[in-house]
Design a protein around this ligand. Structure first.
Ligand SMILES: Cc1cc2nc3c(=O)[nH]c(=O)nc-3n(C[C@H](O)[C@H](O)[C@H](O)COP(=O)(O)OP(=O)(O)OC[C@H]3O[C@@H](n4cnc5c(N)ncnc54)[C@H](O)[C@@H]3O)c2cc1C
Length: 362
């Protein structure tokens, strides 16, 4: 297989590289400063034609093959630019389950970054066992009234809109009584409180309290009871190979760590180098499968598990090289701990692999 750029890809890459040489240095890449300006970074990438590449043109995308997203990830890492904002899972959720009207109303602003979004799925008692969620949405005329408590809601402090899962039919079996909504965050019945992370970041996510918040009935995504199907689409895409484009970023950190050494490399760094290269090749293979029309199902759980191993292996290498005095490297290590939790824990990925790929216990 030839992984070199085709002529159009090479032209795209050099245009992007030139733009990044001018722009990348202006944006912070980590910590609260990154989160504070993430929206601005998103809009800058979009305006320059480097965001929303594989999404439909009618919603502001470019309808390019997913390999272009990987080129962007590679070049961002190479230029030391901030990562590409990840919201593909929300685009797919609304794109697949929302009616035309909702898509036309919400997807363009989501893609071009003029409207910010968050994902209101997890609750204090409903993370891995999402179907046990207790937030309710009760019909009242042409609105639903929402009560409940969401937690670990990324970007809740800046979000204009939330893709919310709420129980609309308490009498139905638990997976079937859940519906999805697009709810406005800026209203009296919604309160957002930030959550500080162990890495020191305070602006990435929060918990959201709904106390009599309202959402028009026509902002339900799909039909009543369709929420679980949407949730499965969203979490499936959170684990897909395009998010694995972070392979480039891990590779860059490994090279930076190696450059700091003045003696033999610690075993952690050697492992991280091997893992990172393995992930890079795996991403290439997944992409070429996608280009051949292969649709990945539960395999996304293998990808997510692999990415977690690599992320945490690179985190351990950062700690081994930088110790606890280097706050940036310590931050990389601490953030890598979250990888085995976000988007579904590693144990849950293993359960899915066991049941749906290996056919164990079924
Ligand atoms: C950085 C980050 C960002 C996030 N962003 C969002 C977001 O934007 N929106 C959102 O809705 N959520 C978000 N989450 C929440 C995330 O989806 C949940 O944390 C995750 O699904 C796990 O749920 P939990 O934290 O309730 O843990 P629990 O489900 O309580 O799990 C606790 C432990 O028990 C294990 N466990 C649970 N059930 C099983 C089982 N059946 N078999 C084996 N082991 C099991 C788990 O693996 C874990 O080790 C985010 C989380 C992180 C870390």
């Amino acid at each position: 297989m030839d992984f070199r750029d085709a002529p159009q890809e090479a032209e795209f890459r050099s245009r992007l590289r030139a733009w990044l040489a001018e722009t990348a240095g202006r944006f912070p890449t980590s910590g609260d400063d990154y989160w504070a300006r993430q929206g601005e970074w998103h809009r800058a990438l979009y305006a320059a034609g480097f965001f929303g590449l594989s999404w439909p043109k009618e919603f502001g995308g470019h309808e390019l093959p997913p390999v272009y997203d990987v080129i962007v990830d590679e070049e961002l890492a190479l230029a030391g630019a901030p990562p590409r904002p990840s919201l593909g899972y929300l685009v797919h959720g609304l794109g697949r389950h929302g009616g035309k009207e909702l898509q036309q109303r919400f997807l363009p602003g989501m893609i071009d970054g003029t409207q910010r979004w968050c994902q209101g799925f997890s609750e204090p008692g409903a993370g891995s066992d999402l179907a046990s969620l207790r937030t309710t949405a009760t019909r009242d005329g042409d609105h639903y009234v929402v009560h409940g408590h969401k937690i670990w809601t990324s970007y809740s402090d800046v979000a204009d809109w939330c893709l919310l899962l709420a129980r609309t039919d308490p009498a139905a079996p638990r997976h079937k009584g859940i519906s999805a909504f697009v709810i406005a965050m800026d209203q009296p019945g919604v309160q957002q409180r930030p959550l500080a992370m162990i890495s020191g970041v305070t602006r990435e996510f929060g918990q959201v309290f709904f106390d009599g918040a309202t959402v028009p009935a026509d902002q339900m995504v799909g039909e009543p009871g369709d929420g679980w199907k949407l949730a499965m689409t969203v979490v499936g895409h959170e684990r897909e190979p395009s998010t694995l484009g972070y392979a480039a970023r891990y590779g860059k950190l490994v090279r930076q760590l190696a450059a700091r050494l003045d003696g033999p490399a610690p075993a952690e760094l050697v492992w991280a180098a091997v893992h990172t290269e393995m992930l890079r090749l795996h991403v290439r293979r997944r992409l070429s499968e996608q280009l051949d029309g292969v649709v990945h199902g539960p395999d996304g759980s293998l990808d997510k598990l692999l990415m977690t191993w690599v992320d945490q292996s690179v985190g351990h290498a950062a700690l081994a090289v930088g110790g606890t005095d280097d706050t940036e490297l310590l931050g990389s290590y601490l953030y890598s701990r979250a990888q085995s939790v976000m988007g579904g824990t590693s144990q849950i990925q293993k359960n899915i692999i066991a049941a749906r790929i290996l056919g164990l216990g079924v």
